[in-house]
Design a protein around this ligand. Structure first.
Ligand code: AQP
Length: 332
């Protein structure tokens, strides 16, 4: 059976981008068709300035939202990265296989360094080595496929390179994984700045739809989305990125396609209303289930404890093999 691994960073409240680009596919497809592991990658949440209490809170909230979005612990494994030591054990080996040039070429790293430099700040070393930990996350489970939005495809590509290099130098140890990117909503854009991705740690609240926003807030954000001065609804990502983003969100929520949806709505207002309705239809059940799960936090903790046990049982033998292969003396 194909093994699938994917993760989500608790660096902010989860967004419509996380849901349409990742979580929905995990729940609707991956957990049914594969041996799937989904991880709240809390260690990655410390590569930028963080507040310990907030990180803990967001980690619990992300786990609750994954279950609310339909991940079923009977069908898949849901766990927290820091609960399974194998991730950091293997990450160091990945750092010994990767080069600093490879790390510095990562687009996310370059963008973050540039934006911090503007404020006269430097970045944490862990931001540079983040892709080594991400490679470890994936390779420790022998994952064949990594479903991600297209922003993460470069990191999965590096993971493949590291797996191949390790296997060539030290003997076959790792499955070489491949990224799978959803056909629709691979990149949901910020409603106020449709040239930038809708990201959960963005400062621009009005451009980001959070999964736990109140329905009227969601509607308001979509109705106020930046479009352009045109009148006619056409799907053109280059020339009309704001309208294209709304059409893509609507398509992702309704199962249509952006080009034909453009012919259905005769004004930007009608398109925005339809998009808001569709988003609310999709998020309503997730919000309702989240509310139910919050009543019983013990259930979520139990799911995570059991998930970590299952994750450990898979990853420990693979990481032990890698330790032996690279030349580390096993403990007596
Ligand atoms: N806007 C998006 N459109 C489509 N997919 C997205 N994903 C994230 N944003 C979008 C996908 O969600 C999964 C989990 O992402 P992540 O939380 O681990 O990391 P990220 O991609 O860095 O997400 P954010 O929200 O942009 O976080 P910050 O702001 O902290 O950097 C991944 O599969 C991702 O592709």
């Amino acid at each position: 059976m194909t093994r699938v691994f994917s993760g989500i960073k608790p660096t902010g409240h989860l967004t419509l981008g996380n849901y349409l680009g990742a979580m929905r596919q995990w729940a609707a497809v991956d957990q049914h068709q594969a041996d799937a592991l989904f991880c709240i990658v809390d260690l990655h949440g410390m590569t930028v300035d963080h507040d310990p209490a907030r990180l803990r809170r967001l980690t619990r909230q992300a786990a609750t939202l994954l279950l609310a979005a339909g991940l079923d612990p009977e069908l898949c494994t849901v766990f927290v990265q820091s609960h399974v030591d194998e991730h950091t054990r293997l990450s160091y080996l990945m750092e010994c296989v990767a080069t600093d040039g490879e790390m510095r070429r990562m687009i996310q790293y370059k963008e973050k360094v540039a934006s911090e430099a503007v404020r006269g700040r430097s970045v944490r070393l862990s931001l540079l080595t983040y892709p080594a930990l991400m490679a470890a996350d994936i390779l420790a489970y022998g994952a064949d496929e990594v479903p991600v939005g297209d922003d993460q495809a470069q990191h999965v590509e590096l993971t493949r390179d590291l797996a191949v290099r390790f296997n060539q130098r030290y003997g076959h140890t790792f499955v070489v994984p491949k990224a799978t990117v959803p056909k629709v909503a691979a990149r949901v854009m910020n409603l106020q700045d449709p040239m930038s991705k809708m990201g959960k740690s963005d400062d621009s609240g009005p451009g980001v739809v959070y999964l736990l926003d109140e329905p009227e807030v969601i509607r308001k954000k979509i109705m106020r989305a930046v479009t352009d001065s045109g009148q006619e609804v056409v799907y053109d990502r280059e020339e009309r990125p704001g309208v294209a983003n709304l059409l893509e969100i609507l398509a992702a929520c309704t199962g249509g396609n952006p080009e034909s949806l453009a012919t259905v709505h005769d004004s930007y207002g009608a398109l925005k209303r339809a998009t808001a309705d569709a988003v609310l239809d999709v998020l309503g059940p997730v919000q309702a289930r989240h509310k139910e799960l919050c009543v019983d936090p013990g259930y979520v903790e139990e799911v995570l404890r059991h998930g970590a046990e299952k994750a450990r049982a898979i990853s420990r033998p693979i990481v032990d093999t890698a330790y032996r292969a690279i030349g580390l003396l096993p403990p007596g």
